[in-house]
Ligand binder design. Structure first.
Ligand code: CTP
Ligand code: CA
Length: 228
């Protein structure tokens, strides 16, 4: 497109992007959440539209205007995100999981608001959420439907960034893993990002600090190369 200068290299492709952060309900008014703003996922959606793709954006709790030209599906929890992503991913060319998915959710959701009393509260028991990215890769391996040719994840790592990232890429079975550098006013809620993109069977690609659109365009470059 005009913005990216990459031309319409995603024309005729259907891509699915997840964005934002899931909320796991404790009771009708409270949840366990995370600090994802959705900015990186929305930048991925905008740049994919600019490059000619049909874009389904699965957005979890994002306070941003819908990107023009994308189909936006709003979800709240990890289970809701899973349903929407699996539904959209069937027959899609690529999926990029930029959403921060809660690893755990309260094992039971109280139907009524939890009230305080003089005693300390009961502990909140947690249970594991499904790993949507790993599940997508497993489904593709099983091969019973036309699942996406390219599956990409995001990971924020602190210590041993590269080793942790490589292990995660292998464990999930995805094609690309964008490893964000956390800290120094990067990532959460900021317009800038810096990352190294790990590529299955290829060399890592370093993306220096810059606008999230820039990182998004490099992700689509790698996706487009694998689709070609
Ligand atoms: N992800 C997912 N489903 C989950 C958790 C994570 O699909 N239940 C996806 C995220 O959207 C992201 C990628 O997996 O694209 C990596 O997320 P991350 O939290 O870094 O990986 P985890 O396997 O949860 O490992 P960790 O213990 O480091 O949190
Ligand atoms: Ca996690």
């Amino acid at each position: 497109g005009v913005l990216s200068g990459r031309g319409a290299d995603l024309a005729g492709r259907h891509v699915v992007v997840s964005a934002g952060g899931t909320r796991e309900a404790i009771d009708p008014v409270r949840f366990i959440g995370n600090r994802s703003s959705g900015l990186q996922g929305y930048a991925l959606a905008r740049t994919a539209v600019a490059r000619g793709a049909r874009v389904t954006l699965v957005a979890a709790n994002v306070a941003l205007p819908d990107p023009a030209g994308a189909t936006v599906v709003r979800v709240e929890s990890a289970l809701g995100l899973r349903e929407a992503v699996l539904e959209a991913a069937g027959g899609a060319d690529a999926v990029v999981m930029a959403a921060a998915v809660a690893d755990f959710r309260p094992a039971a959701r109280s139907d009524s608001k939890i009230k305080k009393s003089s005693a300390d509260p009961e502990p909140i028991h947690l249970t594991k959420n499904p790993d949507i990215l790993a599940e997508l890769c497993d489904l593709r391996r099983a091969g019973r439907r036309p699942w996406p040719e390219v599956i990409a994840g995001f990971a924020a790592e602190t210590d041993d960034v590269l080793a942790n990232g490589q292990a995660k890429l292998a464990r999930k079975g995805c094609d690309l893993l964008v490893v964000n550098q956390v800290g120094e006013n990067l990532a959460f809620g900021t317009p800038d990002n810096a990352a190294v993109i790990l590529v299955a069977g290829g060399d890592p690609v370093e993306v220096p600090r810059g606008p999230k659109e820039g990182l998004a365009d490099v992700v689509w470059d790698l996706v487009a190369a694998r689709l070609a």
